[in-house]
Structures are given as C-alpha cells and as structure tokens.
Write a protein that binds this ligand. Structure first.
Ligand code: GUN
Length: 288
C-alpha cells in the first residue's frame, strides 16, 4: 500500500471531544443541546444506525429523545409528531431515519421539519442555502467528507474533483461543497459512459454509489485523494465500500477505509449540526 490512510475514527473522536466541550458550556448556561431521532418500522440497518446516533449523543452530553413507531404508523401521525418537536424548545435537532415505509412520502416529512432544526441538512431550504452559498445545515456525510479531505492538507483550489453518484443526500451536496472550495467538479453517475475517463484526471475522487468496485486502480490518478462513501457487503459478508481498496491504495496518495472512514464522520457531523442548532436557537422567554 502506498496511499496514506485517512483515519475517520480518529478525526471523529477529535470532533466529538470538541462537541462535548461546547455542549457542556451550553448546558452550563441552561441550554443542553437536544436531538430527537424518529425511527419508523423495523429496518435492521436503520435500527443499528439509530442506536449509534443515540449513543454518540450520550457520550457527548447531547440529550437525545428516541421515538420508535411501528411500520403501520401513518404519515399524518408522523407529521403531527414532527410539529410537536418543532415547537419544543428543548429539542434543537430533528432526524427522521430514512428509508421510511412506502406509504410515507419522505419529501413531505423532510419539508415538515423546521429548517432551524434540520440537522440532516435535507430540507429544501438547507439545500437551497448550500446552492447559493448561504449559511445553513450541510448534509452530514458530504460535510464529513470535506473534513476528511481537509486533514490531507491539500488545498482544493484549482484541483479536479470527481463525485461518483448524484443522490440528494451525498452526491449533489458533495459536488456543491467541492465547488465552494474552488475545485473544478465533475459528477459521474449511472448514465456516464466511461467513468474512468473523468476519474483518471481527478486529484480528488468521492465514490458515493452504493455498489462495490465502482472505482478500481486503473481509474485512479497516482497520488489522488480517494474518499469512499460506500457501505456494502462482499461475497463473504464483510463490510466494504465502493472502492477496490486493495488495488486503489497502491495508486492513490490518500484513501479512506471502510469501515473507519466516512461512517464515523457522518455521525460526528450530526453532533456538530445539533450543537450548532442549539447554539443558534432563539432564547426562550418564559412569561409569568
Ligand atoms: N439513512 C441512512 N443515512 C441517513 C442519514 O444520514 N440521515 C437519515 N435521516 N437517514 C439516513
């Protein structure tokens, strides 16, 4: 292996320590940051993700409220619950775990969350703010990827960056964040005829497709920074990303592992967004 490993676990630990300190300071001033996590249904992966998010809160001094509902929970009931949380001054962030059962429209759900509490950064207002370069919540995964790239010390200004994948949660916001950092950005997707044509020119590649072996060694420019957002299982059931790690790590300059790369950073940035939501929340004036 010639590439240097970008350690997401270590960076996430550092960020969590900062959040813990700021959360304690805020709590001492009478405002403990609070995150509401809503899980509808029994999706096994979602249950694990949610458990991690709640544990992270606990270890960082962020109060969490976990609402679990059966898969039969109606859309109207879910929207009503979100409205209650929107109005609750002790809750600064609201996260509805995706995917939702088929009978619930995820767009409707996301748009019901107050943009002031949209710590996932999925609301149209957050997406719009990112698009025009205004302050707002950044989606946790691409936000975490930017922090991982920062640790390499490589400036993105004037660099070629390729994002593989165009999801609303990762690919598109990732491209906008890289653009904001003055990279020249290309977005490849399932309709791209020859992804390697673009990635071979790239100083930075972010793979966010959800499919194994999307990026192989022959597609990577020597010395490039490779960020692997994928979370897949190989034939043996072992966790792996979208990148052929064994091959690409022989060519790249920097690479994130799976697990231990982007995953812990997504969770860390959720804490950052929640803390910042709490820091920015309007002071509640109690009438007597
Ligand atoms: N499902 C998988 N990843 C995420 C995430 O980052 N946020 C939410 N709300 N659901 C998810």
């Amino acid at each position: 292996m010639t590439a240097q490993l970008i350690d997401g676990n270590a960076l996430a630990r550092t960020i969590r320590a900062e959040v813990t300190e700021r959360a304690a300071a805020l709590t001492a001033r009478g405002r403990q940051p609070g995150l509401a996590v809503i899980l509808v249904g029994e999706d096994p992966a979602s249950q694990v993700y949610v458990k991690h998010k709640v544990n992270d809160c606990e270890t960082s001094g962020v109060r969490s409220v976990l609402d679990r509902y059966p898969a039969t929970f109606s859309e109207a009931e879910l929207l009503a619950r979100i409205e209650v949380l929107n109005a609750d001054p002790s809750i600064h962030g609201i996260l509805v775990q995706m995917p939702l059962p088929k009978h619930i429209d995820p767009h409707k759900v996301i748009e019901t969350i107050s943009p002031l509490k949209d710590v996932d950064g999925f609301h149209v207002q957050s997406a719009g703010a990112l698009m025009v370069g205004q302050p707002g919540f950044r989606p946790c995964t691409p936000y975490g990827c930017m922090k991982l790239i920062e640790t390499t010390g490589i400036s993105l200004k004037g660099k070629n960056a390729v994002v593989i994948g165009r999801s609303n949660t990762v690919g598109k916001p990732m491209a906008l964040l890289l653009l904001q950092a003055n990279a020249t950005v290309t977005v490849c997707h399932s309709g791209t005829a020859d992804i390697g044509l673009y990635t071979r020119q790239a100083d930075v590649v972010v793979a966010a497709v959800g499919k194994r072996m999307v990026l192989t060694a022959d597609m990577v420019k020597p010395g490039a920074v490779v960020i692997d957002v994928g979370m897949n299982r190989d034939e043996a059931g072992k966790l792996c990303g979208d990148v052929d790690f064994a091959g690409v790590s022989q060519v790249a300059g920097w690479i994130t592992p799976v697990p231990g790369g982007v995953g812990p950073m997504t969770r860390a940035m959720l804490l950052v967004n929640t803390l910042e939501a709490a820091e920015r929340a309007p002071t509640v004036v109690h009438s007597v």
